[in-house]
Design a protein around this ligand. Structure first.
Ligand SMILES: NC(=O)c1ccc[n+]([C@@H]2O[C@H](COP(=O)([O-])OP(=O)(O)OC[C@H]3O[C@@H](n4cnc5c(N)ncnc54)[C@H](OP(=O)(O)O)[C@@H]3O)[C@@H](O)[C@H]2O)c1
Length: 373
C-alpha cells in the first residue's frame, strides 16, 4: 500500500443499462432477475482510482466501492438494511486504506442525507454535495451565457428546492437572477422553507408544487430532485431556455433532446480531474471503468471526496439537508487549488459542441418568430 492519502467513493447502478455496462453478462436478462441478483450481492471494490494529482504535485488514490442497489430499491427497502449495506461498503473502503468516504447518488440521498451513515462508519463521510452545488450554479450561469440570457433579468426555477442540493442552489443563485421559483412536491415543507427564506433572498421569489408551472415561467432551470422518473417535459420549457441538471438518475426527459433543439440542457455536476486519472476495474486489471463520462471527468461529488483526500481534510465535510454556504464556497476554492475545473458541456450522453450551441440559439430565434411567447 502506498502512503498517499486515500479515499473511497460509494457507487451504485442508476439503471438496468448501468448494470449491463458494468457487467455485460446482465444484458438480455429479465429485469426481475437482475434486481434479485443485485439484492443478494454484497458490496465489492469495483474500481481503483490512481493518478489524481494537484498542480503542486500532491496526489491521492482511492477506490469506488459498489453498494449494488438500484435507486428504486434504495427507496423501497427497509431503511436499516440500506444503511447497513452502505456502511459495509465504507468499511470495505476503510480496509483498503481509505481515510474519507464519499456517498454517490442515492447513497447520499436515502434517509437523512448521510448523517446516520456517518455516525456508523469507521471513517469520515461526505455526500459531496458542496462541490455539486458550486458546480451546478456555475454550470447554469455558463448555460445562460451561451444562450444569451441575462440572468439578472431572468426567472430561474429550482426543482427540488427543499432538498440538500436544491436548497443551497436557491440561496447561491439568488444574487445572480431577477426572480426565483422554488419547486418541490411536499407543500408544507416548501411553504415553510420559502417563508423562512424569502425575506433574506437577494431577489423576488415564489414557490409552487407544480413542476410544469414552475418550468413554464423560467428562462433558467436548475433541477436536483430525488425522483426516479422524468420530471421535466419538453412541452413545458420556454423557448431558448437553459437547463442545468444535477439529478442522478436524470430528471430531464430524453424527449427534450429530440423535440426541443432550441433548449440547452447540460449536466451540471461534471468536473475535470487534475493529473492523469485512471479508473481501473479491480476485477479486470488493465481495463478502464466506463463512468459514462468523457476522459479525465468525474462527478462533482466524487471530486469533492478526492479534494478532501488531497487536502488531507479527513472530516465529515458535507452531510444532511442543511448546507452551510461558507463550506460550499470553501470547497469551491479548495477544488480550484487542487486543479479541478468545470467539465466540458454535456447532455444526453454526448458532448455539447460550439456548433450545437449555435444551432440551439438559431432554433430559439426561429421558434420565437413562429410561437409567440
Ligand atoms: N451530479 C452529482 O455530482 C451529484 C452529486 C450528489 C447528488 N446528486 C443527485 O442530486 C439529486 C438531489 O440530491 P439531494 O441530496 O439534494 O436530495 P434530497 O435532499 O433528497 O432532495 C431531493 C429534492 O427533490 C424533491 N423531489 C423529489 N421528487 C420530486 C419530484 N418528482 N418532483 C419535484 N421535486 C421532487 C424533494 O422534495 P419533495 O419530496 O417535497 O418533492 C427534495 O426537494 C439526486 O438525484 C442525487 O443523486 C448528483
Amino acid at each position: 500500500m502506498t502512503d498517499l492519502p486515500k479515499f473511497c467513493f460509494i457507487i451504485h447502478p442508476l439503471s438496468l443499462e448501468d448494470v449491463a455496462r458494468y457487467e455485460p453478462g446482465a444484458k438480455g436478462k429479465g429485469a426481475p432477475i437482475v434486481r434479485k441478483i443485485l439484492e443478494w450481492m454484497p458490496a465489492w471494490a469495483a474500481v481503483h482510482v490512481t493518478g489524481v494529482r494537484a498542480p503542486d504535485g500532491r496526489e491521492t488514490e482511492g477506490w469506488f466501492v459498489a453498494a449494488p442497489l438500484l435507486p428504486e430499491q434504495m427507496l423501497a427497502f427497509p431503511r436499516e438494511e440500506v444503511y447497513e449495506r452502505i456502511v459495509r461498503a465504507i468499511e470495505l473502503g476503510a480496509e483498503l486504506g481509505a481515510q474519507v468516504a464519499g456517498l454517490g447518488a442515492f447513497t447520499g440521498v436515502v434517509g437523512d442525507g448521510g448523517v446516520t451513515v456517518a455516525q456508523r462508519a469507521p471513517i469520515p463521510v461526505t455526500t459531496g454535495n458542496s462541490l455539486t452545488i458550486a458546480a451546478g450554479v456555475q454550470s447554469l450561469l455558463r448555460g445562460a451565457r451561451e444562450m444569451g440570457i441575462d440572468p439578472a433579468a431572468a426567472t430561474a426555477a429550482v426543482i427540488g428546492a427543499t432538498g440538500s442540493i436544491g436548497g443551497a442552489c436557491v440561496r447561491l443563485l439568488a444574487p445572480h437572477v431577477g426572480r426565483l421559483v422554488l419547486v418541490a412536491r411536499n407543500a408544507t415543507r416548501l411553504r415553510k422553507m420559502h417563508d423562512d427564506l424569502a425575506g433574506s433572498l437577494a431577489c423576488e421569489s415564489t414557490s409552487t408544487t407544480d413542476v410544469a408551472e414552475g418550468v413554464r415561467c423560467a428562462q433558467l432551470v436548475l433541477t436536483a430532485t430525488s425522483s426516479t422518473q422524468d420530471v421535466i417535459e419538453p412541452e413545458d420549457l420556454q423557448t431558448g431556455a437553459a437547463v442545468c441538471e444535477l439529478s442522478l438518475p436524470h430528471d430531464v426527459s430524453r424527449r427534450v433532446a429530440s423535440l426541443r433543439p432550441d433548449v440547452l440542457v447540460t449536466e451540471g455536476g461534471n468536473m475535470l480531474v487534475p493529473g492523469e486519472p485512471r479508473f481501473e476495474r479491480v476485477r479486470e486489471r488493465g481495463t478502464e471503468f466506463d463512468l459514462n463520462l468523457p476522459p479525465r471527468t468525474a462527478l462533482a461529488c466524487m471530486s469533492e471526496t478526492m479534494v478532501l483526500a488531497l487536502e488531507q481534510r479527513f472530516e465529515c465535510y458535507t452531510l444532511g439537508r442543511g448546507i452551510d454556504l461558507e463550506r460550499v464556497l470553501e470547497m469551491e476554492r479548495m477544488a480550484e487549488r487542487c486543479g479541478f475545473a468545470l467539465g466540458g458541456m454535456r447532455a444526453f450522453d454526448t458532448a455539447i459542441t460550439p456548433e450545437r450551441i449555435a444551432a440551439a440559439r438559431e432554433a430559439a430565434h426561429e421558434r420565437r418568430a413562429r410561437v409567440p411567447a
